[in-house]
Design a binder for this molecule. Structure first.
Ligand code: PMV
Length: 306
């Protein structure tokens, strides 16, 4: 085992298609430059994890560490994994998947067995399931890819990288309200069970919006991408996964001239995403509305202020 070793992976934002992606429709997501680094250092005894990003008493990160070591053929022994995260935890920015993929990269390097993209996607998905049960797999795909892509769940998922024809002036607003993606996903499942036809029709409409948004992104048509975001937000509200905080932040972003704004991730009052043209003005409006605003720098492209 070659130590020290290092691994890094980024967070993500879902631009379009969350929730419907669980029901087989496409989603559009982007890997963030903001991410998480794991440093493996030699230490005696069973492997440990030192992290300021995970709450004390949460046994899952250590379980992911053990499984990752096993996946690359190393004993979970003789090292400590130090985690440094720039991603706010529990905000829907994919910090658990970034941890899984960064650990995987660090341990694969320590094992002298760098992994290919396909292995990263497959193992990242298995490892993220330790945190979230049966997620669609979009978060580990973003962590592994670190750029824009469309995603359709499946065994294996269909992951198609996309290159935006223009920089994306994106702003994330974090309401800070505690949220649970799992609860939102289960509540939607119960409503779908009660009225499948209505929800399937909603998911179909979301799928159509995602396809239009992906075409707009590839063509650099930010106005059309913004329209797709607004339409997606209306459909998410119809599906019952928006929340008063989200609606308030989305309205603030639109008043600040956003081309489009919507919730991102599980919803339930967590995070919103807004598209320029003026990210500084949108960020100020989101902060004035009580959110923490972050510029979402997308990996794999040269980002410029609008
Ligand atoms: O809350 P997040 O960012 O982990 O995103 C969840 C996205 C969902 O579509 C709601 C669930 C999933 O597994 O894809």
């Amino acid at each position: 085992m070659k130590l020290p070793a290092r691994g890094r992976a980024g967070g993500k934002v879902i631009l379009l298609g969350e929730h419907a992606v669980v029901y087989g429709r496409p989603a559009l997501a982007a890997g963030l430059r903001l991410g998480l680094t794991v440093e493996l250092v030699a230490a005696s005894g069973p492997a440990r994890l030192e992290s300021d990003a995970t709450p004390a008493g949460d046994a899952r990160p250590l379980e992911v560490l053990r499984r990752t070591a096993a996946a690359v053929g190393l004993p979970a022994d003789g090292f400590v994994a130090r985690v440094r995260s720039e991603l706010p935890a529990g905000a829907g920015l994919g910090s658990s998947a970034a941890l899984a993929v960064a650990l995987l990269r660090a341990l694969a390097t320590a094992a002298g067995r760098p992994l290919g993209r396909g292995d990263e996607l497959r193992l990242g998905r298995e490892l993220e399931a330790v945190f979230h049960g049966t997620p669609s797999g979009i978060d580990p795909a973003a962590a592994a890819l670190g750029r824009c892509f469309t995603f359709v769940r499946g065994e294996p998922p269909v992951v198609t990288p996309l290159r935006p024809a223009a920089p994306l002036p994106l702003v994330i607003g974090l309401s800070g309200r505690p949220r649970s993606t799992g609860t939102a996903v289960l509540a939607l499942r119960a409503r779908w069970e009660a009225d499948r036809a209505r929800h399937e029709a909603l998911f179909d409409r979301i799928g159509t919006v995602v396809e239009a948004g992906a075409r707009a992104l590839a063509a650099g048509d930010l106005a059309a991408l913004g329209r797709a975001m607004d339409e997606n937000q209306a459909l998410l509200a119809e599906a019952g996964v928006s929340a008063p905080e989200v609606e308030r932040l989305v309205a603030a972003a639109r008043r600040a001239g956003a081309a489009g704004a919507k919730l991102t991730g599980g919803g339930a009052g967590g995070a919103v995403i807004a598209l320029g043209p003026d990210p500084a003005r949108i960020a100020a409006a989101l902060e004035a509305a009580g959110a923490r605003a972050l510029r979402a720098e997308i990996g794999g492209m040269v980002e410029e202020a609008a």
